[in-house]
Design a protein around this ligand. Structure first.
Ligand SMILES: Nc1ncnc2c1ncn2[C@@H]1O[C@H](COP(=O)(O)OP(=O)(O)OP(=O)(O)O)[C@@H](O)[C@H]1O
Ligand SMILES: Nc1nc2c(ncn2[C@@H]2O[C@H](COP(=O)(O)O)[C@@H](O)[C@H]2O)c(=O)[nH]1
Length: 201
């Protein structure tokens, strides 16, 4: 059986990765979203177990101590982490998995999983459009908005470490680029060892 693909998507806050991932999940039936743990409070409309597992700092720290996370990081003043167990299960059973994580997390995944993980960075079209999108979402107070825009400068510096860059200017074009990346990743030879075995033995 083909081993699933791991797609890691990072971007500055407000670039549009959550919106793109939601739409990608509607179109790609074999793709599963990895629900992270976070110490951040839920936003209006966010659902426990669907958007995040919302936990206290104490609970998060005990999961870190138990080695439950593939990666974790402090982002914009809150802790976020990706639990290892489910991801392994899905990949082993041939399901593809998408992670919405920050740059620090993406680096940790690359270190642990090497080229098995495809690292994708979403770029906003401009600084002014990034700020406009973040403001128009209406989820951040001024301090949080400033912190996210400041962090964006450093995050964009790391974009060249990623395997793929996707410009989220026109939404439909960015979505189609993500679907093409998934198609390419599904064809990588190491995922098809069964297919190759019959030719090589
Ligand atoms: N191509 C686009 N054109 C215009 N608006 C967009 C586009 N893509 C996303 N948006 C809008 O930009 C806002 C921010 O998008 P989204 O919440 O998906 O960002 P994000 O990268 O996931 O941010 P965060 O890291 O804070 O979760 C949303 O209101 C979304 O509808
Ligand atoms: N390293 C990780 N980063 C994560 C994880 N889940 C989400 N994130 C990133 O945090 C910021 C902020 O997200 P928000 O939902 O509070 O706007 C964003 O960059 C996410 O990609 C995770 O498990 N690990």
């Amino acid at each position: 059986m083909r081993r699933g693909c791991l797609m890691v998507i990072s971007a500055p806050s407000g670039a549009g990765k959550t919106t793109l991932i939601r739409q990608l999940l509607r179109l790609e039936k074999n793709l599963i979203f990895s629900v992270s743990h976070t110490t951040r409070s839920p936003r209006p409309g966010e659902v426990e177990g669907k958007d995040y597992y919302f936990v206290s700092r104490e609970e998060f720290e005990s999961l870190v101590a138990a080695g439950a996370f593939l990666e974790w990081a402090e982002v914009h003043g809150n802790l976020y982490g990706t639990s290892m167990e489910k991801i392994r299960e899905h990949l082993d059973s041939g399901r593809d998995v998408v992670l919405d994580i920050d740059v620090q997390g993406a680096r940790q995944v690359r270190k642990k999983m090497g080229l098995e993980a495809a690292l994708i960075f979403i770029l906003p079209p401009s600084w002014s459009e990034l700020e406009r999108r973040l403001r128009s979402r209406g989820t951040e107070d001024e301090a949080s908005l400033r912190r996210r825009l400041d962090a964006a400068r450093q995050e964009i510096q790391a974009a060249s470490e990623f395997d793929y860059l996707v410009l989220n200017d026109r939404f439909d074009r960015a979505l189609s680029a993500l679907r093409s990346i998934l198609t390419a990743e599904r064809l990588r030879s190491f995922r098809h060892s069964d297919l190759l075995r019959q030719w090589l033995t």
